[in-house]
Design a protein around this ligand. Structure first.
Ligand code: ADP
Ligand code: MG
Length: 677
């Protein structure tokens, strides 16, 4: 949103929070721990709820407990006998006795706040202790003529490392007052649009959210929030679009490679590239051969063979004399890519080409040796994990970055790798999504799509099975495993509650180990250290494990052609695209494969419809379209953008429609943005 604010000359909102009254070095440090650096960041810290203080003119015990503002007559202070007990203040309110309890208090101030014999107004949680009215630690106590100091509605902020709620209220309130008095923020997109939505202005939205005055204001808060969420999405789209256009202008990204070599490699592959792969390859090579920076998303269904396309592009860039980095989210995947690369180059002299694998598990001296090879340019292709974008990795002339399973990396992580040279980039996405949606989420990228899958693919037989018939399923699996094939068993995340989900996959693991004593059962779950996860996956790939129990989508990219069955428990809890992605783990070899969707209890009509689509369709793009029609875009967007928080106010999948709308508006208005004077 920074750019938008600059465009309308509201730079002061970008100043550091430390410039605000009342924020010293200590609080600004605390705020920065919560990623709140600027005034704007603070404004975008939205209250998590509101506390209402009902002003009562008599007490209605039937409505207690409740947060109320009442007038009381203070009688006397009763000091406790021992230090752990509270101070009791006896009082009277509208004729009923009331006890105020204070666990900590300042003796010197006590007579100021609770003067015996006088009427005061207090506000806090009023409860009944037996039949006695009780209030523990009132939030406010003021003189009757200062009642205006007690807000009727109070925002409650998320706790920011111990910064008090009143402190946040006050600080944010001050900023809002400044905005309202001096600097109303102009709008950055047409007023007509805002009117049609019946949204408040940007400034008004901020005051509604942070300082609602009454019930009417409260009823507008949902709209105000939507407006802010929309603005953050809108700003995001504008920024990506700007980035895309400036990338187009950048020079120095051209590669003059050896097309003849590429043709040779293609002819020597053990399989024939599909038309879709060839088209994708040529589309990308055209882009690599031209001056401007390439910024591309390569998408294709699971098993459509994206890797080989990317590797051929890599070879082209290397033949032009440049270095290539290939980044994958796990070591297992990185190794898999290295192996594929060897397959591609079978006919060539692979040793001439220095391929370096850089991961977190290299020891120090190995790592230093590799870093040297990379920086002097001898390592032509560097394959690795997150280790690749670290600061001490320097390339001699990096010209292409390939990022597999892009959704596992944050935007900033991709940028960090791309900054290591004049880098053309290809990111690959495992979830096929409709073109319209892809353009929205990746509006800074050009799109290449592989539409078909290799002809030799057998379709995966998909069956829905009630959990009651699990015995039958186990027999089927046992038969497959005794023929030397392998099985994935996926347990769902029942709730966000991690403990629950842990015990879930653990229980299943123990159960299966008991049932399948003659086979080797493995387990990976989200809470394991990543080395353990990796080593278990490696064992699975090396066929040392027959059946692998896992929670959700742990490694979408795993390519084990010997795995011929996948069981997905509680399948109705997954989105269609996610089911399809999981199913794509099997059917990678030449043996017939199965996908068992296990359900519990009775299925809703929609669930039945979804399982039917899975049975009838093997095409990821078609499934994505249907998924969107059934559940809206949220599910799809969620599968694509997991893990990394990009936005402060909402996630794309929580407000998919707003996200898409913001994209459309950004497309319509990007050139009409007000210029800074
Ligand atoms: P994904 O697009 O899901 O990343 P991969 O690139 O991992 O798919 O390819 C899946 C498997 O298919 C790999 O084992 C790869 O060697 C193989 N493959 C790729 N292209 C073809 C093809 N044209 N014909 C046959 N097999 C292919
Ligand atoms: Mg892949």
């Amino acid at each position: 949103m920074k750019d938008l604010l600059k465009s309308v000359g509201q730079d002061y909102l970008l100043d550091s929070v430390s410039t605000l009254k009342g924020i010293g070095p200590k609080s600004s440090k605390t705020l920065s721990q919560a990623s709140i650096e600027s005034v704007l960041d603070l404004l975008l810290l939205l209250p998590r709820k509101y506390k209402r203080r009902d002003r009562w003119l008599k007490v209605d015990k039937r409505l207690l407990p409740r947060t109320v503002t009442i007038e009381v007559l203070i009688k006397n202070h009763i000091y406790p006998k021992n230090r752990r007990s509270p101070l009791r203040i006896s009082a009277e309110t509208y004729g009923s006795p009331l006890i105020i309890l204070l666990f900590s208090f300042n003796k010197a101030q006590l007579n100021n706040y609770y003067p015996p014999g006088e009427n005061i107004v207090i506000s806090g949680d009023l409860t009944l202790d037996g039949s006695k009215l009780t209030m523990i630690h009132p939030d406010y106590s003021v003189k009757p003529d200062e009642i205006y100091k007690i807000p009727e509605i109070e925002p409650i902020y998320p706790s920011v490392y111990g910064l008090g709620n009143k402190f946040l209220q006050k600080t944010v309130g001050n900023i809002i007052n400044v905005i309202n008095d001096l600097n109303p923020i102009p709008e950055w997109y047409p007023k007509k649009f805002i009117q049609a939505k019946n949204w408040p202005s940007f400034s008004k939205a901020l005051s509604l959210i942070h300082m609602p005055k009454d019930n009417k204001d409260l009823s507008c808060i949902i709209k105000a929030r939507k407006r802010l969420i929309f603005d953050e999405f809108y700003a995001h789209h504008i920024k990506l679009d700007k980035f895309r256009r400036s990338a187009k202008k950048k020079e120095g990204f051209k590669v003059e490679g050896d097309k003849f070599l590429i043709k040779n490699l293609i002819n020597n592959l053990s399989f024939q590239l599909t038309k879709g792969q060839l088209n994708a390859l040529y589309e990308i090579l055209d882009d690599v051969e031209s001056e401007p920076k390439m910024n591309r998303l390569l998408q294709g269904d699971v098993g459509s063979g994206k890797t080989i396309v990317a590797l051929l592009v890599a070879m082209f860039v290397v033949s032009g004399g440049y270095q290539v980095a290939i980044m994958a989210p796990t070591e297992v995947l990185a190794m898999q890519h290295a192996k594929s690369l060897k397959d591609v180059l079978r006919a060539q002299e692979i040793n001439k080409l220095n391929v370096t694998i850089l991961t977190g598990s290299d020891n120090r001296s190995e790592r230093e040796k590799k870093l040297l090879l990379i920086s002097c340019g001898e390592a032509k292709i560097v394959i690795g994990t997150h280790a690749l974008f670290q600061r001490n990795v320097h390339f001699h002339n990096l010209r292409l970055a390939v990022i597999d399973e892009q959704h596992k990396f944050g935007v900033m992580q991709r940028f960090r790798l791309e900054k290591k040279g004049n880098v053309n980039s290809i990111i690959m996405s495992a979830t096929p999504i409709p073109r319209s949606l892809a353009l929205t989420v990746f509006s800074d990228r050009d799109l290449t799509t592989i539409k078909e899958k290799p002809k030799n693919r057998l379709s995966i037989e998909t069956l829905a099975i009630s959990v009651k018939k699990i015995r039958k399923l186990l027999d089927k699996l046992a038969k497959q495993m005794s023929e030397g094939q392998q099985v994935y068993w996926v347990c769902p995340l029942i709730e966000e509650n991690e403990k629950n989900h842990l015990s879930n996959s653990n229980d299943r693991f123990l159960y299966l180990r008991n049932e399948f004593s003659q086979f080797k059962v493995g387990l990976v779950h989200g809470q394991m250290p990543s080395e353990d996860k990796e080593s278990e996956l490696k064992k699975f790939n090396e066929r040392k494990i027959d059946i692998l129990v896992s929670t959700t989508v742990i490694e979408v990219g795993i390519d084990n052609p010997n795995a011929t069955a996948i069981v997905i428990e509680n399948a109705n809890r997954f989105g269609l695209s996610q089911l399809h992605q999981l199913r794509g783990r099997v059917g990678r070899g030449d043996k017939k494969s199965y996908c068992f969707l296990v359900y519990d209890g009775n299925l809703s009509d929609q669930a039945i419809q979804r399982l039917k689509i899975m049975k009838d369709t093997q095409d990821g793009f078609e499934i994505a379209e249907k998924d969107m029609a059934l559940r809206g875009s949220g599910d799809l967007l969620g599968t694509m953008q997991s893990g990394h928080k990009i936005f402060k106010l909402s996630e794309v999948m929580e407000e998919p429609e707003l996200f898409l709308e913001a994209y459309k508006l950004a497309q319509d208005t990007k050139t009409a943005l007000p210029k800074r004077s």
